[in-house]
Write a protein that binds this ligand. Sequence first.
Ligand SMILES: NC(=O)c1ccc[n+]([C@@H]2O[C@H](COP(=O)([O-])OP(=O)(O)OC[C@H]3O[C@@H](n4cnc5c(N)ncnc54)[C@H](O)[C@@H]3O)[C@@H](O)[C@H]2O)c1
Length: 249
Amino acid sequence: MAGRFEGKVALVTGAASGIGRGSAQAFAQEGASVVVADVAEDGGHETVKLIEDAGGRAAFVRADVSKAAEVEALVEQAIATFGRLDYAHNNAGVLGTARPAHEIDEADWDRLIAINLKGVWLCMKYEVPQMLEHGGAIVNTSSAAGLVGMQALGAYTASKHGVAGLTKSAALDYAKLGIRVNAVCPGGVDTPLVRNIEDPGSFPPQAMPVMPRFGTPEDIANAVIWLCSDDSSYVTGHLLSVDGAMTVQ
Ligand SMILES: NC(=O)c1ccc[n+]([C@@H]2O[C@H](COP(=O)([O-])OP(=O)(O)OC[C@H]3O[C@@H](n4cnc5c(N)ncnc54)[C@H](O)[C@@H]3O)[C@@H](O)[C@H]2O)c1
């Protein structure tokens, strides 16, 4: 596949499914070699197959983003397999159960923050040293819930606001060092994360898009690719809403 990212290497977490799979496929379509990272092995291998069947290059690495040793090994494996790292989409995340703040279990809070927020930080911790050698671009997946409050989603909303703040601080850390750091803030996107909600009625109206459809993984991937491309070379520290006007209300 020839494209804007020929000769480049992209790493995508949460790439066994949904938004991450769409992003991994889009990086490959642009010519990048793609490291598909996830805890879900079957889905990860399926993403690699989809990319290879379309003529692209990809490799699956099993990694839990909440565990430092696994993230360090993931980046080492990326370098061992493809030789460099240019782009990262730190995207793995979980939604948790919808309930008011005082009813959140401590274990659920800790798990969600460990995956959604600490996981993004751990990924950057090990990705950035590779990118300092030649420059790069990082896109973190925040959420509409990283910009506004969402009733009954306190832990999730806290984690995604955390990703937004981390993204802005990291953009400052690396603005003079050739690494841009941005975030996408999806609204409702048609993925298993949304389809598996046990009680959709428990989610507030503000968690629904205003445009008359849910987003698609391709909608988010288009934003991720733009944020990694030279077309956005003066954009860093930006939180890009891709939400069908959810947060404009
Ligand atoms: N779907 C939406 O409406 C929506 C909206 C805003 C933000 N997001 C965010 O987008 C990201 C992707 O979500 P999605 O909708 O594609 O959901 P998804 O469930 O389809 O994909 C999430 C992927 O993350 C993986 N994952 C979970 N925990 C992990 C861990 N500890 N280490 C590595 N991988 C792990 C899962 O196995 C899964 O493959 C998440 O961060 C989510 O919060 C989704």
